[in-house]
Design a protein. Structure first.
Lengths: 250, 493
């Protein structure tokens, strides 16, 4: 059973058509990257999956059931969510940002502390950072904490919207590596929205390529790279993969 | 939310009950000028001398407030003037005032004897120089420098009517009444309007000109009492009838404004010399108490008024903001309506409360509550609507319920602004609460109002300085609260 099934999803924001009859399945247990230039509708698609947006037409099924918009909170507790600007709550210390949902879900302090340690270690974060406020962290630290917060409740589905952009390329590579290690220990169905081909290729096993509100190609990374459906997709890979050291991990 | 309203409602009703519970003592009211204080004190002491318990509700701001308070049963008695009853209360030239007041449950008792009407005053020196004794003597003095109070210049029963009746033709200028006597005694002006029993007339050795054509209406001082008041108490007050002549009243006023004697003392001495020689009551009442006891009582009352109003406004204001912040239309409407209350001048808002809530603590708290509401609602709505949408989205996406989003994200992020709004409301309340004395709610406004009425700077400062210190203290307390409650990087600057 796919983790997410989107059928004929159409969405207008204001007057502009942002998603045009989009259908896609996100398989369980794998990382899927939604790839496309900014404005192609990839973030809008992601925001439909946790109910931040409701479809104008079409349906979204998560974990085999259509989304019940009356009790979204329950569904969202099973999804981790991290975005580019991270959105760590500025009035809460790192530890409080991490534990908020766990506390509200009735976790014991002991269990929360253990989970903090585990996640912080995976993302190479020193324990003393737990006592700091978000504005006292570096950009890279903030993004790592954002990933930790999304993973806190060990979600079934992880939604990531450009969570690794906005930091320098060296830090980004480090975070990529840490994230891959984390996923190896705690496999979760992951949906990654990105405009960075190298990031998509590095982290995902499947690609969904979007352009102007439509899906233009989807499949395994290898299949898409070997048989780009359009010239513009082919060019996208040629341009962005040039400087990628040893080449894509195919 | 609904609980907030209930709590607010209960508190208001509770306070009202406390205020209405003590119906037994006779409540004596007064307006806020020397003579009214004096007559009220004389009335109060007479009643006390006859064994009645008296509550003094002095310094009410003007005829309307006094009369409405009497009609509403908030006070049982106050001294009014016949001319004022016709002009301001009945607004007709009705010859039979008693019959007109009867349907309102109000009785007019026999006049105290003196007539405090408009009069024209000149210095004795000027009178002697030009042999002026009566108003018609002025006709031949065209070059006279006349300065009248603005009210006198514009009232039909003031200068326009007077000039017409006597055929007076000299130029006039307007002058603030409080300054007119000084200007007169320094020879800067020659003539001004006065009240015939003004104590200042004695201080500056001024002469009242005889109204030989009987133009000015009579303003006989009469006690107005509630018909249902204890008949024995009514008898006691009725016995004050005819006790005072114009000269005696002027002399008593002068003892206060010129001689700087305390009102209760002057009243006691007067009663001792008149009918109640043996029943003079011990000196008491607000003006007679030691200043430190007064100060403590006034500060306590001031804080009570402000604090109750502020707490109610916080509950109602924040609850309202939470109810409406998600709708732009509702947010705007609520801020607009709360803003309307703010545009009503505070003294008018207090006066408007009287027909509904009477005088005293309840209307004062209600008015302060309405005044505090705007800064709190506005800051709360603004804060809640301007929280970075990123945090709202993340809070939602994490699975927080609506209530949890408010409790754990929106409220904490709005707290600095809401606290700033509460701080503004608190400081405004402390200032505005000084006006509560005008409707008999006490507080630090009481010495200010009394001091203004008696032209007593010391008394004014006894209210003004503590009120200013309270406002500064409140600022400091809120700064401290902000430092304790809100992390440095989130504080509103």
């Amino acid at each position: 059973m796919p983790a997410v099934t989107v059928r004929s999803l159409t969405k207008y924001l204001g007057d502009s058509l942002v998603l045009d009859d989009v259908s896609v399945e996100i398989p369980s247990g794998a990382t899927t990257a939604i790839l496309g230039e900014s404005g192609c509708g990839k973030t809008t698609l992601l925001r439909h999956i946790n109910g931040l947006l409701t479809p104008d037409e079409g349906t979204v099924e998560v974990f085999g059931k259509p989304i019940d918009y009356a009790c979204l909170s329950e569904l969202r507790l099973r999804m981790g969510y991290a975005v580019q600007s991270v959105g760590l709550f500025p009035h809460l210390k790192v530890s409080e940002n991490l534990s908020l949902m766990a506390r509200l879900s009735g976790w014991q302090a002991e269990r929360i502390r253990a989970r903090h340690d585990e996640l912080m270690r995976s993302m190479q974060l020193r324990a003393e950072l737990l006592d700091r406020y978000p504005h006292e962290l570096s950009g890279g630290q903030r993004q790592r904490v954002g990933i930790c917060r999304a993973m806190m409740l060990a979600p079934d589905l992880l939604l990531l919207d450009e969570p690794f952009s906005g930091v320098d390329s060296i830090t980004r590579k480090l975070i990529h590596a840490e994230f891959l290690t984390l996923l190896k220990h705690e496999p979760a169905t992951t949906l990654l929205v990105t405009h960075d081909v190298r990031e998509a290729v590095r982290l995902a096993s499947r690609l969904v390529i979007m352009d102007r509100g439509r899906i233009v190609q989807q499949g395994t990374v290898r299949a898409v790279i070997n048989n780009p459906r359009t010239e513009s997709i082919a060019q996208l890979f040629r341009e962005q993969m040039q400087d990628y050291g040893n080449g894509p991990r195919l | 939310m609904a609980r907030g309203y209930k709590t607010a409602g209960c508190l208001i009703v509770l306070t009202a009950c406390v205020a209405y519970a003590d119906v037994e003592p006779v409540v004596v009211g007064s307006k806020n000028f020397t003579e009214s204080y004096l007559l009220a004190e004389i009335t109060a002491q007479s009643l006390e001398g006859a064994g009645f318990e008296v509550v003094r509700q002095f310094g009410l701001a003007g005829t309307k407030i006094c009369y409405e308070a009497l009609r509403a049963g908030e006070i049982d008695i106050y001294i009014e003037y016949t001319g004022t009853i016709r002009q301001v209360i009945l607004q007709s030239a009705a010859s039979d005032i008693e019959a007109a007041l009867e349907p309102e449950g109000i009785r007019m008792l026999p006049s105290l004897g003196f007539n405090n009407t408009y009069a024209l005053a000149i210095t004795e020196r000027f009178a002697a120089q030009y042999a002026i004794e009566k108003i018609s003597d002025l006709v031949s003095h065209a070059g006279i420098r006349a300065s009248f109070s603005h009210e006198f210049l514009n009232r039909a029963d003031g200068w326009p009517g007077l000039a017409h009746r006597y055929g007076l033709a000299f130029d006039t200028t307007g002058i603030e009444h409080g300054l007119a006597y000084q200007a007169l005694s320094r020879g800067q002006i020659d003539i001004t309007d006065a009240y015939s029993t003004d104590g200042e007339l004695t201080r500056y050795a001024l002469r009242i000109l005889d109204d030989d054509l009987a133009f000015f209406p009579t303003y006989l001082a009469v006690p107005l009492v509630r018909s249902e008041m204890d008949p024995q108490a009514i008898d006691v007050v009725a016995q004050l009838g005819g006790l005072l002549t114009d000269d005696m009243m002027r002399e008593l006023n002068a003892q206060v404004v010129v001689g700087r004697r305390a009102i209760p003392e002057v009243a006691r001495d007067f009663l001792a010399k008149s009918v109640h020689a043996t029943t003079a009551a011990p000196v008491r009442g607000p003006v007679a108490r030691g200043w430190s006891a007064n100060l403590a009582r006034n500060i306590r009352r001031h804080l009570e008024l402000t604090l109750i109003a502020l707490v109610l406004a916080c509950i109602a204001g924040i609850a309202l903001a939470v109810l409406v912040y998600r709708s732009a239309t509702w947010s705007r409407s609520v801020i607009y309506i709360a803003g309307l209350f703010q545009t009503v001048p505070s003294i008018a808002l207090l006066a408007l409360m009287i027909p509904i809530l009477g005088v005293g603590v309840v209307p004062a708290i209600t008015a302060l509550f309405l005044y505090s509401l705007l800064p709190i609602v506005r800051s709360a709505v603004t804060a809640l609507t301007t929280v970075d949408p990123l945090y709202k989205e993340v809070a939602m996406a994490m699975g927080l319920t609506r209530a949890q989003q408010l409790r754990y994200v929106l409220m904490p992020l709005s707290a600095p602004h809401i606290l700033a709004g509460i701080r503004t409301a608190a400081v405004i309340s402390i200032g505005t609460a000084t006006l509560a004395a005008f409707i008999g709610a006490g507080g630090l406004g009481e010495p200010i109002v009394t001091g203004l009425a008696l032209n007593d700077t010391d008394l004014i400062l006894q209210g003004a300085i503590p009120a200013a210190l309270l406002a500064i203290g409140t600022e400091l307390a809120f700064s401290g609260l902000e430092r304790t409650l809100i992390p440095a990087h989130l504080r509103a600057h």
